[in-house]
Structure formats: C-alpha cells, structure tokens
Design a protein. Sequence first.
Length: 420
Amino acid sequence: MHKIGFYRDGNGDLNIQGIKITSLAEKYGTPLFIYDAGLMKERYNTFFDTIKEVQGNIHYAVKANDALSVISYFAKLGCGADIVSIGEFEKCIAAGMSPQKIIFSGVGKDNHEIEFALKNNILQFNIESEEELNDISTIASRLKLTANVCLRVNPDIAPKTHKKISTGEKETKFGIDFQNVKSIYKKLHQLDFINPVGLGVHIGSQIFDFNFFYRAYLNLKNLADELRLSGYTVPTLDLGGGIGINYDNSSEPDFNNYKKIILNLFKESGYHLSFEPGRSLIAEAGILITKVIRNKKTKEKNFIIVDAAMNNLIRPTLYDAYHKIETVKKISNTEIIADIVGPICETGDFFALDRKISKVNSNDLLAIRTTGAYSSVMRSNYNARKDAIEVMIYNENDFQIRKDEAIKDIISKEEIIVFD
Ligand SMILES: Cc1ncc(COP(=O)(O)O)c(C=O)c1O
C-alpha cells in the first residue's frame, strides 16, 4: 500500500501511488493534471463519517471538477450531485449517475433546462426567486410532472472569504431574502405540480471560520421549525458546501469541527439533510505538472516561464489564489525569488508572484499543488491553446481521462466564411 496523496520518495522525487511524476510527464506530456483517486476516496469517506450520525446525503458539487471519470468515481462511492446547468446534468447522466440523486442549483436556470430536467426525472430544484418558482410551476403544469422544490435562503451572512466566492450576503444575486422565505414557502403548497421539499443555504466557498456555518444553519433551522409549527411540511434542509481547504497543504480540512456543528444542531432534529461539498472532496487530490520553458531575468525581476498558463489554471489571477509550487525532482537548496508565469499575452497570466522557489532550468518540471477543484474545469482555449491532458491514478495505475486536444479540434469548432 502506498501513501495517499503526493509524496517524495527516497530520492526526494515527487510520486503518486508508487509512480514517479516524472514518468507520467514523460508519458503524457505537459501541462498535465494528475488526480489521486485514493485521496478522493479518503476525503469522501471522512465526509461520510462526519455526517453519518445525522440523516443525510452527499451531493458532490460537480462545478468543482466535472470530469466524467471524477463524477463517475464519486457516484460509485455513493455521492449524488449538485449541478448548476443542464450541461452538468447531462455529464452526470453520461457518467452513470441516477437523476434521482441530482439537485439542480443556480440562479439562472433557463426554461428549456427546467423542462429537460423535469422530463428526465431530476430529484429536486433549489430555487432562488419567486420568479423562478412561477416558471417551474408553469412548465410542470404543462408537462403534468411534479417538481420537487427547495428554497435557497439568503441568510445575509458574510463569511470572510474572497468576495468572488462569497454568496451569503444580501447584495449577492443568490438565494431568497430571509423575510420573503415564509410567504414563498407557503405558496409552494398552493401550486399544482409543486412538491415542497425544504430549505437550503450555501454561504460561499473556502470558509474557515465555522461560526458562519453555525449561524447560517441555526437561522435556517429556526425558520424551518417555524414553518413546521405553522403546519407546513419541511422534510429536508440543504446545507450546501463551502468547507475551507489549506492550499499550503499544512493540514486537512477541519471535518471534525464541522461534525460538531452538525451534531449540535441536527442530531435527532427530524430533518433529512443534504450536503454539497466540492472543493473539500477533490482540491487536494489534484496537481498540475508544467515544464519550465526558460528563465528570464530583468533588472527588476526573475521570471520562470512555464508551459502551463491561465487557460489551464485561472485561480491565481481570478481569485488572487495561492498555490504551492515545487520542483518535481528533488528540491535543491539554491533558491531564488521569481514570478512564475505562463506564455499567454496577459500580465495576469501568472501562477505566483515574488515566490521563493528552487532555482530551475529549462525542461525542469514544476508541480502546482492543490489543483483538483475549480482548476481544469475553468479551462479555455484562449490564445488558441489546447486543453491539458488529465490522468487519474487508481490502484497504482494511471488512466488518461481527458484526451489530448489537437489544435485541429479547436479549429474544427468553427466555420470559415470568407467575406469579400
Ligand atoms: C450551491 C452550491 N453548492 C455547493 C458548492 C460547493 O462549494 P465548495 O466547493 O466550496 O464545497 C457551491 C460552490 O460555489 C455552490 O454554489
């Protein structure tokens, strides 16, 4: 049995499940995403243990990483899914997940998406406005199909995370204002072909101060208790995702603390719970391998120019996100301060600024850590750059899960119309 996650062997070289990262880079080329199924399973099992004393289901937030093999693996482990587009729904179905385990979240479900999901027997819609409810009700009545509806509540809580991934404040587009929830929940009971299934919250991502979860969940439970006392059925509370993970790989997500909150609030509460973890199940299981193209030195700075770019990993420039970056081969003692940048013609195309890092040469490999979530999934073909290959490591073997995209594949998506 090999260690779980990425580790250094006796020579100081980076490995995964007994396979040298250098050999994977040689086999598949770079840039290359590598995922450790062992770590994904470990995180899933820990999450499962965290909630096993309450009645609950895990719906993996597919937006974190929608690779078909990733979805399929989490489905095999027992997860349902949380999706935000009909494209993600179709990916889940293609990956073998039952539609009866899929929750449709998101503020902008289009009518054709609602219709497709209903016709294909989706478990539930988490809705974010009264307007959306009216659209679902019209479509469900026309199709004579019942829609299970949960109201996503906006608890007006700012969970001290990056503003672009904070979703619980009033000013954001997410959820239904607290004061309107009761009246809309009552309306659910009056509409034909609408089945009320409960209330939900998701206050944001990368949350470390769990008091914010506590407050949001407590408010949600109090609201649900009040509705129950008034005679309404509230079977389920959806608690969203958001557990923070450490991008410096210093410690594991704090599932213990999360468990305390869940047990404190919900043990024997009579609510069925749904959880939508994304990042905490997969972020640490991913790594992006990139080759050094060359060093460039100016009067002001050292630049390490690598063959991955912001089209492969946009988090540093989009969220000011930190990713640990290290050499794949034994770390040398000579260190420099450098910007680690890609070839794209944008100043924002960087992975790290003013970072202390081992001195490297052309063709050396660097590992950008913790890129399992919100990384490859945000890929683009900007600068006509192709997607990175993705590989999953399972039982000490490597499996290619994303094909090598050829530039001709990018070109073939277009029509050439010659205008004169
Ligand atoms: C509705 C909803 N649920 C779950 C998640 C997953 O959050 P995380 O990856 O932080 O666990 C998100 C992420 O933004 C979300 O919008």
